[in-house]
Design a protein around this ligand. Structure first.
Ligand code: AMP
Length: 189
């Protein structure tokens, strides 16, 4: 299986690039952010997730790991999976390793999109116009998401670096250029 963790701060282009990788390599794309946004807003789980995501805070690991595992289990015949927005904590990364090992597979690689903070802020504000996402529209929430990334999520890269699975990719440039950089890394493995 080709299991790719597509990593990077909010606004790095993970969603856009996931669609490209999905098409080229025939993978399933799982975005935990999309899964949370797709929950029934009236359900307990939907309300819980929204209470965190609207503020730009992480949904607790226990809930997120369960959601992720049940999502992956929907695709028993997948050739591989792109993990977009997961894992976001070291505990999630450890849980993913265990979960995949129980299925006789593993994370193949982490591709980390590198984008400077000022560029991220510009992209998210522009995206708010089309996404309608509350967490894209407010500069204070954007800053909180970036801080959360720096404090809680960035260390996840070290987890995969230690396994020799991390590749950093320049996430600035045209969408096509960035896609080609990602293809080059995957094809070179
Ligand atoms: P995203 O669409 O990836 O920007 O995620 C939107 C929001 O969903 C985040 O700000 C978090 O509140 C929540 N979320 C998504 N993925 C995770 C995760 N792996 N762990 C915790 N919270 C998450």
């Amino acid at each position: 299986m080709l299991n790719i963790v597509l990593f990077g701060p909010p606004g790095a282009g993970k969603g856009t690039q996931s669609e490209r990788l999905k098409e080229k390599y025939g993978l399933v794309h799982i975005s935990t952010g999309d899964v949370f946004r797709g929950l029934d807003p009236e359900s307990e789980l939907g309300k819980l997730a929204k209470s965190y995501s609207d503020k730009g805070n992480l949904v607790p690991d226990e809930v997120t790991i369960q959601i992720l595992e049940s999502e992956v289990s929907k695709y028993p015949d997948a050739k591989g999976v792109i993990y977009d927005g997961f894992p976001r904590t070291t505990a999630q990364a450890e849980a993913l390793d265990k979960f995949l090992a129980s299925k006789g597979t593993e994370v193949s690689m982490m591709l980390s999109l590198v984008v400077p903070e000022e560029e991220l802020k510009k992209r998210l504000i522009a995206r708010a116009e089309v996404s309608g996402r509350k967490d894209d529209a407010d500069p204070a929430i954007i800053q909180n998401r970036i801080n959360t990334y720096n404090n809680s999520t960035a260390p996840v890269a070290d987890f995969y670096r230690a396994q020799n699975k991390l590749s950093e990719v320049d996430g600035v440039g045209s969408i096509d250029d960035i896609t080609n950089r990602l293809f080059a890394v995957i094809d070179g493995k």
